[in-house]
Design a protein around this ligand. Structure first.
Ligand SMILES: NC(=O)c1ccc[n+]([C@@H]2O[C@H](COP(=O)([O-])OP(=O)(O)OC[C@H]3O[C@@H](n4cnc5c(N)ncnc54)[C@H](OP(=O)(O)O)[C@@H]3O)[C@@H](O)[C@H]2O)c1
Length: 255
C-alpha cells in the first residue's frame, strides 16, 4: 500500500492532521511544530476554525511554511459566504493569519443555494491567477457539484464526511479514484464502529482508531485522512497507522 500521495505538487504521507480545535497558545504553537517533526506533512484548517485561531496558530508555528508541508484552509462556510466578494475577503484574511503569500490548498467549504458553485469557484480561480492560492479543493459535495466546479478550475482535492460509519459519499470516493483527485475524509474517527474493529485492531497490535484509519487507507489509494487531535501521542499513533495493512478478509469484515 502506498504510504504517500501527491497533493497538488507535493508528495505527502497519507495521514494528515485536522486542526479545528487549535487555540492560539504557546502549547498549541509547539504542538504544530511537534507534529511536523513527527512526519506529518498535511495540516487542514479553515477560516472559521476556533474563530481564526487555528490559522493563526499554524502561521505562528510554521511561517514560512516548509516547502514539503501542505497547509490547507477553507472559506465560504456560512450561508451567503460563497459569494465572490466574501470569499475574496476571507482569502485575504486567511493569507494574513497564516503569514503566507500563497495558500497551498484552498477549499470552498460549502456550496450554498444562494450562489452557484461556478461563481464561488470563479472567485477562487481569480485568487489562484493572482498567486494567492496554489491548488483548489471543494468540500461536502456530490459528483455533479465536483464536475461543475471542475468546469471552472482544476480541483485537486475533495473533502467530505466519510468514515466506517458514514458512507453516503461512496460514489464520490470512486469518482475521485477514477479521476486522480485526492479524497480527504473528514471526521475519519467519528461514528459507531463495527463490532469486528476491536478484534482486527488487536490482531495488528493496534488501537481501534488506528484500525479505522487503516480501513480508510485500504478503501482507496486516493484517500488522505486528517484525524483531528491535540494529543502528541495520538498524532504519533495516527501516523503509525500507515504501517497497518488490512487483509482482504479484514477489510471485507468492516464493510
Ligand atoms: N470540511 C468540513 O466541512 C469539515 C467538517 C468537520 C471537520 N473537518 C476537518 O476534519 C478534521 C477531523 O475532524 P474531527 O477532528 O472533528 O474528527 P475526527 O478526526 O474524526 O475525531 C477527532 C477525535 O478523535 C480523537 N482522536 C484523534 N486521534 C486519536 C487516536 N489516535 N486515538 C484516540 N482518539 C483520537 C480526538 O481527541 P484527542 O485530541 O484527544 O486526540 C478527537 O476527540 C477536523 O479537525 C477538520 O480539520 C472538516
Amino acid at each position: 500500500m502506498a504510504t504517500s500521495i501527491r497533493l497538488g505538487d507535493v508528495e505527502v504521507p497519507r495521514i494528515g492532521i485536522g486542526s479545528n480545535r487549535l487555540s492560539y497558545s504557546d502549547d498549541h504553537v509547539s504542538f504544530i511544530r511537534e507534529v511536523v517533526d513527527l512526519g506529518i506533512r498535511h495540516i487542514d484548517s479553515a477560516y472559521l476554525y476556533a474563530g481564526g485561531d487555528s490559522e493563526r496558530t499554524i502561521g505562528a508555528a510554521l511561517s514560512p511554511v516548509p516547502d514539503d508541508v501542505v497547509v490547507a484552509t477553507k472559506g465560504g462556510y456560512g450561508e451567503g459566504e460563497g459569494r465572490p466578494e466574501v470569499l475574496r475577503a476571507q482569502i485575504d484574511e486567511s493569507l494574513r493569519r497564516l503569514g503566507v503569500d500563497c495558500i497551498d490548498l484552498y477549499y470552498l467549504h460549502r456550496v450554498h443555494g444562494d450562489t452557484p458553485v461556478e461563481d464561488s469557484m470563479g472567485a477562487i480561480k481569480e485568487a489562484q491567477e493572482a498567486g494567492k492560492v496554489r491548488h483548489v479543493g471543494i468540500s461536502e459535495v456530490g459528483v455533479d457539484q465536483v464536475e461543475r466546479a471542475r468546469s471552472v478550475v482544476d480541483i485537486v482535492a475533495v473533502q467530505n464526511h466519510y468514515n466506517l460509519a458514514e458512507r453516503k459519499w461512496e460514489a464520490v470516493v470512486d469518482y475521485c479514484e477514477r479521476e486522480g483527485i485526492v479524497f480527504v475524509p473528514y471526521f475519519p474517527l467519528r461514528g459507531d464502529v463495527p463490532r469486528a474493529l476491536g478484534e482486527i485492531a488487536a490482531r495488528h497490535g493496534a488501537t481501534e482508531s488506528q484500525a479505522a484509519l487503516a480501513w480508510l487507507l485500504r478503501r482507496s489509494p486516493v484517500m488522505l485522512p486528517i484525524p483531528g487531535t491535540l494529543n502528541p501521542t495520538h498524532a504519533k499513533e495516527n501516523v503509525a497507522a500507515l504501517e497497518i495493512e488490512l487483509s482482504e478478509e479484514e477489510f471485507a469484515a468492516l464493510q
